[in-house]
Design a protein around this ligand. Structure first.
Ligand SMILES: Cc1ncc(COP(=O)(O)O)c(C=O)c1O
Length: 381
């Protein structure tokens, strides 16, 4: 069964881009959803101190005692919400949180709704764990987010995973839309899992709501990978319904023992680095505008509203029938690396491209310039 797990195609684009760089040619990286900045300075300083002063052995499966209360304070400050730190488990990134919570919340064979397009690892993880991903097809008519009508139409569900802001589309659920979904799930005994990994990365007057404020049954997943710019440190967290805390603890004890000790201390320090991290958001805001202004001039006018995260989801089938081939052509001819939509949408992904704007403004300008010239050449032929 696990033999049928799909690859994460973006990694192939990454490999091709690296190959090009190694041969001495420049690449504009708009393919991976990974901040180029690294952990904030205060967090790196903590890492240096810890390496010299701590044995960094196993921690408890839920993490070092200070981290859950510090995350509870972070949640309090972000959403004006009181959360019992006893409901917070520290995990190996959001990915680790997904494995633990899916195992805790569902039995083998459980039917869990995931949006298409959506983050591919949801469906691949569910399949690997012996559960059934149920595709909920979303499009621009609902800003690529699910609605209660779509959930209703999906047939019997044990759970649903929602990401707001979403990867790959960057679209955000309003407070009332999120409330409708959460209430529908509670009324229908469907477990609501809210992937909030892109919270902190929103633009304009976009507001996000955490599912923790809407229902005690919701599972919320978050991470230090995106806003905190700490992908490789592999630390995330989950806010759990009280009845799942013990089971998640026991699963973590057996599956991973504990999240990496050094990374937990570094994450704790990163919570105090908001000033530096907010500067990244200023840069993403600038990058987003460069793409929103520049991509239409390169022929891409059908763009999902990039309200959050750091992605622009662009329709490209009028430029080339297969976005995988188009991505390969852009990389070869222009040095522009972008991610074809096939990872995110198994059937329609060939019509879309995902641009990630977490690099530098210079990268965005260089890419847009090259794409516009390419489009002019394409029109001239
Ligand atoms: C929507 C979404 N959820 C989860 C993850 C996994 O994040 P982590 O690095 O915290 O495991 C990603 C990574 O790109 C993502 O885009």
């Amino acid at each position: 069964m696990t033999k049928s797990i799909d690859p994460f195609y973006v990694m192939e684009v990454v490999a091709a881009a690296q190959e090009r760089e190694q041969s001495g040619e420049a690449v504009f990286h708009l393919e991976v959803g990974q901040p180029s900045t690294g952990a904030p300075k205060g967090a790196i300083d903590a890492a240096h101190r810890l390496l010299d002063s701590d044995t960094l052995g196993y921690t408890t499966s839920r993490g070092i005692p200070e981290l859950a209360p510090a995350i509870a304070s972070h949640i309090g400050a972000q959403y004006d919400l009181d959360v019992d730190p006893g409901r917070i488990a520290i995990t190996q990134g959001a990915s680790g949180a997904f494995v633990l919570t899916l195992l805790a919340a569902f039995e083998t064979g459980a039917r869990v709704g995931v949006t298409t397009p959506g983050y591919p690892c949801y469906r691949n993880m569910l399949t690997a764990l012996g559960m059934k991903p149920v595709a909920i097809d979303v499009d621009s008519s609902t800003r690529f987010q699910p609605t209660t009508e779509l959930l209703e139409a999906a047939g019997p569900l044990d759970g649903v995973i929602v990401a707001s802001p979403s990867n790959p589309t960057g679209t955000v659920l309003s407070s009332s839309e999120m409330t409708n979904l959460v209430n529908w799930c509670d009324d229908n005994d469907v477990r609501f899992i809210s992937d909030e990994i892109y919270h902190g990365l929103t633009y304009g007057d976009t507001e996000v709501v955490t599912a923790t404020s809407l229902s005690d049954n919701a599972i919320v997943i978050n991470s230090f990978s995106k806003y905190f710019s700490m992908t490789g440190w592999r630390i995330g967290w989950t806010v759990l319904p009280t009845e799942l805390t013990g089971l998640v603890d026991r699963l973590a004890q057996n599956l991973v023992i504990c999240p990496t000790a050094l990374s937990q201390h570094v994450a704790l320090a990163a919570l105090d680095c908001r000033e530096e991290l907010d500067q990244h958001v200023v840069r993403y805001t600038q990058n987003r505008q460069i793409l929103l202004d520049g991509l239409p001039k390169a022929g891409m006018t059908d763009l999902a509203p990039a309200d959050g995260a750091f992605y622009i989801w662009a329709r490209t089938d009028h430029l080339a029938a297969d976005s995988k081939l188009l991505a390969a052509e852009w990389l070869r001819m222009l040095g522009v690396a972008a991610t074809p939509g096939v990872d995110f949408h198994p059937t329609n992904g060939h019509k879309y491209m995902r641009f990630s704007f977490c690099g530098s403004p210079e990268t965005m300008r260089g890419a847009v310039d090259a794409l516009q010239k390419w489009r002019l050449r394409q029109l001239a032929h």
